[in-house]
Write a protein that binds this ligand. Structure first.
Ligand code: MN3
Length: 214
């Protein structure tokens, strides 16, 4: 039997563009010697791509489950959506948080850091401690708390996206999954975290703060 609703639902499902891997603003070797080209290439083309592929597959299954009104299947997909969708969101921010160029925080960013942490050095100290201290895999973040008007340094486990998990607006993320550093820094996560501050794109982080405050 012809069902117009079903045809429309089918068309909507097929019309939506799936997530695709965003291009980097720099080449894979650009962040050397801080992060090796080998790590960057694998991290981008294999790890980030896998989150995208798996998210798209889970979303497709979700649409079928929603169409069928299958609550059990919808609920069962939430873990895959959170993990892989979070992986895509987090890495999309991370690549832009990094740059081979020398950048500085904006005046607005500097005042917010001083008001929130006391000084730039104390912020680095706290964000580093939070990032190094993640148990297992996860991320260290600087996030903007819109209610308090302050920047906070917090950790998220696995690929939990900062905003959906804590309400904070993501400004700067440090990926502390072993895939982000192990080929170069081996087990010494603290050295990787210390080094990454040399390739932070403060223009991008400052711009994220400006938008977060709007
Ligand atoms: Mn990663």
């Amino acid at each position: 039997m012809f069902s117009l609703t079903r045809v429309i639902a089918h068309n909507i499902r097929n019309a939506r563009t799936k997530f695709t891997l965003p291009e980097l603003a720099y080449n894979y070797k650009a962040l050397e010697p801080i992060i090796s080209g080998e790590i960057m290439e694998i991290h981008h083309t294999k790890h980030h791509q896998a989150y995208i592929t798996n998210y798209n597959a889970a979303e497709e299954k979700l649409k079928v489950a929603v169409e069928k009104g299958d609550a059990s299947a919808i609920i069962a997909l939430q873990g895959a959506l959170r993990f892989n969708g979070g992986g895509h969101i987090n890495h999309s921010i991370f690549w832009n948080n990094l740059t081979p160029e020398s950048t500085k925080p904006s005046a607005e960013m500097n005042s917010a850091i001083e008001a929130s942490f006391g000084s730039f050095e104390k912020m680095v100290q706290l964000l580093s401690a939070v990032s190094v201290g993640v148990q297992g895999s996860g991320w260290g973040w600087l996030g903007y708390d819109k209610n308090e008007g302050k920047i906070k340094a917090v950790a998220c486990a696995n690929q939990d996206p900062l905003q959906a998990t804590t309400g904070l607006i993501p400004l700067l993320g440090i990926d502390v999954w072993e895939h982000a550093y192990y080929l170069q820094y081996r087990n010494v996560r603290a050295d990787y975290v210390k080094s990454i501050f040399d390739v932070i794109n403060w223009n991008d982080v400052s711009e994220r703060l400006r938008k977060a405050k709007e």
